[in-house]
Design a protein around this ligand. Structure first.
Ligand code: NAD
Ligand code: LMR
Length: 318
């Protein structure tokens, strides 16, 4: 423990920290789930004035939990104070959709938030700050952030499709009755929206007899082409229908997975899905990460269909 404490703390911003994802996410960060069990952190929590009291309550609970890695907590409604010096920014602040809405229906409310927060990040965040946009519509908000923070390197602005990736792993694990930790290399192509394309063509399961192909093990092409895809595409709506609130613990956990793999690297032979900016658009691709940089997986015989299909329909549902 003493050498672990020698590392300098990393400053992590969570916007919308008084909300339900924020409430699940900040203890994960403070416990080292996002940046590792030997990485001290300082949490910067931002919310809006109507949520200031609740935000202060979250800060009180963080103190009460006595997290050894937590070296400081800023709870504020001032965007400049929140963004100053942050190394990682997890942008959760905004409004969730309700039952019967598509994610694009919260666009008018949420997009404006990202214009102003982009400027604050650009001016006050640490150089090389890594940004993860969670709030919906996540791809669009990330694009706005990129446009209004031109000095943040494009490769540092990402959005969350890891939740969709993890949902796909979960569905395959349930279908094949195998451990989710033995399933890997699914791909989410496109937007975090109902037009996304979950792809298992290259996914594998680790078995005692070696790596086996998911399509070969599933042996149910019909399910892979319809039921599986629509379940993953519609999982957010199914959670809202069941909980009357949108996903929170799985969103928070997937946000930790996204940042951990980006900063600490993906395991050998494994890729993950990230919404990234390879050519002026924010789109989910399979990536591997090393030394804090993501690289889109090359050289695979990926079908062009899943790439083109969501692009063509991305102006539709969100
Ligand atoms: P929530 O309503 O519980 O919390 C959102 C918080 O953001 C609230 O505390 C609110 O006061 C705050 N907020 C609003 N405007 C703000 C601003 N300008 N600055 C800072 N904070 C602000 O919502 P939630 O369930 O935590 O969801 C948050 C967002 O994440 C929603 O847009 C939701 O749709 C999205 N989401 C995305 C994914 C994903 O996979 N990308 C998954 C789940 C939820
Ligand atoms: C999700 O996928 O759970 C989130 O994007 C919330 C939503 O609106 O579906």
């Amino acid at each position: 423990r003493s050498s672990a404490m020698a590392k300098d703390p990393v400053r992590v911003l969570v916007t919308g920290a008084a909300g339900q994802i924020g409430y699940a996410l900040v203890p994960m960060i403070a416990r080292g789930i996002m940046l590792g069990p030997d990485q001290p952190v300082i949490l910067h929590m931002l919310d809006i004035p109507p949520a200031a009291e609740a935000l202060n309550g979250v800060k009180m609970e963080l103190v009460d939990a006595a997290f050894p890695l937590l070296k400081g907590v800023i709870a504020t409604t001032d965007v400049v104070e929140a963004c100053t010096g942050v190394n990682v920014a997890v942008m959760v602040g905004g409004f969730p959709r309700k039952e019967g809405m598509e994610r694009k229906d919260v666009m008018s409310k949420n997009v404006s938030i990202y214009k102003s927060q982009a400027s604050a990040l650009e001016k006050h965040a640490a150089a090389n700050c890594k940004v993860l946009v969670v709030a919906n519509p996540a791809n669009t908000n990330a694009l706005i952030l990129k446009e209004y923070a031109p000095s943040i390197p494009e490769k540092n602005i990402t959005c969350l499709t890891r939740l969709d990736h993890n949902r796909a792993l979960g569905q395959i694990s349930e279908k094949l009755n195998v451990q989710v930790s033995d399933v890997k290399n699914v791909i989410i192509w496109g937007n975090h929206s109902s037009t996304q394309y979950p792809d298992v063509t290259h996914a594998t399961v680790t078995t005692p007899a070696g790596e086996k192909s998911v399509p070969e093990l599933v042996k149910d092409d019909e399910w892979l082409k319809s039921g599986f895809i629509s379940t993953v595409q519609q999982r957010g709506a199914a959670i809202i229908k069941a909980r009357k609130l949108s996903s929170a613990l799985s969103a928070a956990s997937s946000a930790c997975d996204h940042i951990r793999d980006w900063v600490c690297g993906t395991p050998e032979g494994t890729w993950v899905s990230m919404g990234t900016v390879p050519a002026g658009l924010i789109y989910s691709f399979p990536v591997t990460c090393r030394n804090g940089e993501w690289t889109i997986v090359q050289g695979e015989n990926f079908s062009i269909f899943p790439v083109v299909f969501p692009l063509m329909s991305s102006q539709g549902r969100s």
